[in-house]
Design a binder for this molecule. Sequence first.
Ligand code: SF4
Length: 662
Amino acid sequence: MKIYIADYAGFCFGVKRAVEIAEGALSQLNKGEKIYSLGPLVHNPQVVDKFNEKGIKVINNADEIDDGKIIIRSHGISGKLQKRLEDKNLQLIDGTCPYVKSVHNKVNKYHEDGYKIVIIGDKNHPEVIGINGWCNDEAIIINKEDEAENMPNYDKICIVSQTTNTQEKFQKLSDIIAKKGKEVKIFNTICNATNQRQSACEELAKKVEAMIVIGGHHSSNTNKLAEISKKYCSNVYHIETHDELPLHEISKFNTVGITAGASTPDWIIEEVIKTLENLNNNNMLEAIENTMKKIRKGDIVKGKIISISQDEVIVNINYKSDGIIPKEEISNDPTFDHVSMLKVGQEIEVYVLKMDDGDGNVILSRKKAETIRGWEQLEEDYNKSNVIKCKVVDVIKDGLIVVVKGINGFIPASQISVNHIGNLYEYKNEILKVKIIDVNRRKNKIILSSKEVEKEILIQEREQLWKSLKIGQEVEGIVKKIVDFGVFVNIGGLDGLIHISDLTWERINHPSEVLNIGDKVKVKIINLDKKKNRISLSLKETLPKPWDIFIQNKKVGDIVTGKVVKVFNFGLLVKLEEGVDGLVHISELSTERVKSPSDKLKVGDIIQVKIINIDEKEQKISLSLKAIEEEKNKQIEERIINEYNNQELDITIGDLLKKKRR
Ligand code: SF4
């Protein structure tokens, strides 16, 4: 293998300078003094770790400290932040790259001259945030073509770039932005170091089989080098250190190029070179062979998907040849669409079906690996009584065929739901929550129940409901059943009873006179007995009381119409309204002596009675027929007296009365 190192790989001038400034500060550090870096000094975790060991602590916010020395990294900061740090009496050690500083100055000047500043770059990158701070955070930051196209027009525009942009991107975006202003100043502030590194990377990527780009995974300029490399080379590996080198893959190439981001120190690049050089040595190749898995037919191994097609999935199982999963070995679920459900790069477990299919390929089965692992998990789920999910893949006469953890199982129709099931086909392709009620790996049998899960949920819901119910509370429910002695009402999962006497204020012969099955009703809880699981409800308690209505509208002395509903020896019971009765005592039946009330009236007679007393406390009403009679008599007497006076007839009042009564 030939190894080529790109020109300008590694620390740029600005980063090197910042690192030297930091090292200088460390060498002058007095005992007890602290030194901080506002954000990681460079975008390279290994360099940051080394500085941390030496005593430079990374902080993300200036508010975290009140004293000590603080290093400003090569990305620079805004003027406002710089002032804040100075106001806190922190000792500033300025590591801002002079190239970045010159962008600050340009932005500051043109902003003051009334230009709209446009920065081409990543709005979240600390360098861009710092630059924006020199024009009062008023810059427009553009990173994509559509952002440039949608930008408003301005009279005067000043365009600058994040120093690590690619030339191509800057050119494309600045051309679009330039059309948005009448007077446009364009400053290509991509730094020379970046230019040189990117051009060298491009040149090298064109001539090698594989490119290794070394640098922090979050480093903007390293990511750009990887982008450029991918344009010209189909095998690009972005690594932070030599440990990440995919040696097995790289050993296949004859020419390998190396470049490194601006924050990558020489020692990391050297380690990578050394590791690659060792690859040329036979011992190393042997070592790689040894790191490869030794696999046998029947093993379950982990692999990474490297390609997916309609007919097969190719998996890297870290073996000398890749493995193939034929379509029929992908899943037990016939509806599983492997093209959309599996992803390249995804790690999966596979079962080795055949070591060599004749063409040197290993034949694998994802389905079988799933089945084996599935049985292990299902036995555990059964023992722990876990609730698991399954998918209904087919419907047969007696129940549902499901796939659970890659294995076919069965839910008998009687175990599907606590509710009545109409059409089993409604469950096809549904995902159900189930419990395993029987499992036998030897007999390949898994019986599941979704009803058990529903039951548990119902129990929990009932428990919750019991806790929430209170005597006196009004709740809504649905009439479930009507029996002679009352009505059962379901109130959110629990059944309560409205006794016939609690249905209405009226007298009824059967509950069906008041409610029908399926009626929605508002009821009042009048008793709760959790031990006996009894809830007593009342419908009439939710309705206005007839007694209250009656006494609001009637008073003593009023004459009302009623119906004789009962005849006693001592009097009559008269129904005045539904739920309101009054008593006519025998002594109030007539002005004449009555031997027995039944001589005078019978059940069903409609009569007029006078209210002679209302006992609100006892809710009793006394009525009188006699009082009406007396009143009538009085009226007659008065009329006769009047007639007598007027006509001066020679008859006695007694005679007249006798005549009248006849
Ligand atoms: S990439 Fe250029 S601008 Fe950025 S720190 Fe390095 S030398 Fe300075």
